[in-house]
Design a protein around this ligand. Structure first.
Ligand code: SF4
Length: 246
């Protein structure tokens, strides 16, 4: 029996849903989202703190609220997860979190059950390298290395060896969350340090309301243009607001 730890939309109900990809290079693409619980980082502006900011956590999240682990996580056998995914008429899957790459053996077992017809997209913070057992299942990596404003220590948020491997992997895209114009200088430094191809770098405004995203998009678009990077919005926030299961 191989089990996955998933986030919930409400107690006992795993966060598996069909929607449009809201961010990154696949923005707008209909996808089945599978949100995993647990993260190895603690970003102060994280928009899914219910996947990791459980009661007793030492980190600081700006929301100030911690979450009950039993109400916000559920563990299911991968056969059950595969059955729930197959119920949607959609062959594009996004594994998101939390940090999905913390559960690669179970994800590999799940992909084995699903078979080769599914396109597998991963959203990750870029701190965990792919394992040999899971890597062949992955079609696309949406990596979001964290900048200083995330509040994580440097040694936690930047895994040199993993980022160098990802930089050389044509499946990997690098999406940086930007809160202020000066954050772009950090992206310049990281791109140089890890040899990230400019064509696979995207900047995305930090924000969980449409008004904040709009305000930041103006100067962010100009920054992307001047550096030769791509811009990505957060479509799901415009469509649904900051809600679970969307
Ligand atoms: S890495 Fe992602 S899921 Fe983890 S705390 Fe940061 S924003 Fe949240």
């Amino acid at each position: 029996m191989t089990r996955l730890r998933l986030a919930t939309v409400r107690p006992e109900e795993p966060e598996i849903f069909h929607s449009l990809q809201g961010e990154g290079i696949s923005l707008g693409r209909p996808s089945v989202f599978v949100r995993l619980s647990g993260c190895n980082l603690a970003c102060q502006w994280c928009d899914t703190p219910y996947t990791w900011y459980f009661s007793g956590h030492n980190g600081l999240h700006r929301g100030g609220q911690t979450y009950d682990r039993r109400e916000n996580a559920v563990t299911l056998d991968v056969t059950d997860v595969a059955r729930r995914i197959a119920a949607f008429d959609c062959r594009h899957i996004v594994f998101t979190g939390g940090e999905p790459l913390l559960q690669q053996p179970a994800l590999a077992a799940l992909c084995d059950i699903l078979g080769p017809d599914y396109h597998i997209e991963i959203e990750s913070n870029g701190t965990v390298a792919l394992t040999p057992g899971f890597a062949p299942h992955v079609d696309q990596l949406n990596l979001s290395p964290k900048l200083r404003h995330s509040g994580n220590e440097d040694r936690a948020r930047l895994n040199d060896s993993a980022l160098r491997l990802f930089a050389a992997d044509p499946r990997a895209w690098f999406k940086f969350v930007i809160a202020a114009p000066e954050d772009a200088e950090e992206v310049v430094q990281l791109a140089s340090r890890y040899a990230l191809p400019a064509d696979r770098i995207l900047l995305m405004p930090e924000g969980t309301s449409a008004s904040v995203l709009r305000e930041r998009s103006g100067w962010l678009a100009a920054l992307c243009q001047s550096h030769g990077w791509r811009f990505t919005d957060r479509l799901h926030i415009h469509l649904h607001g900051d809600t679970r299961g969307t």
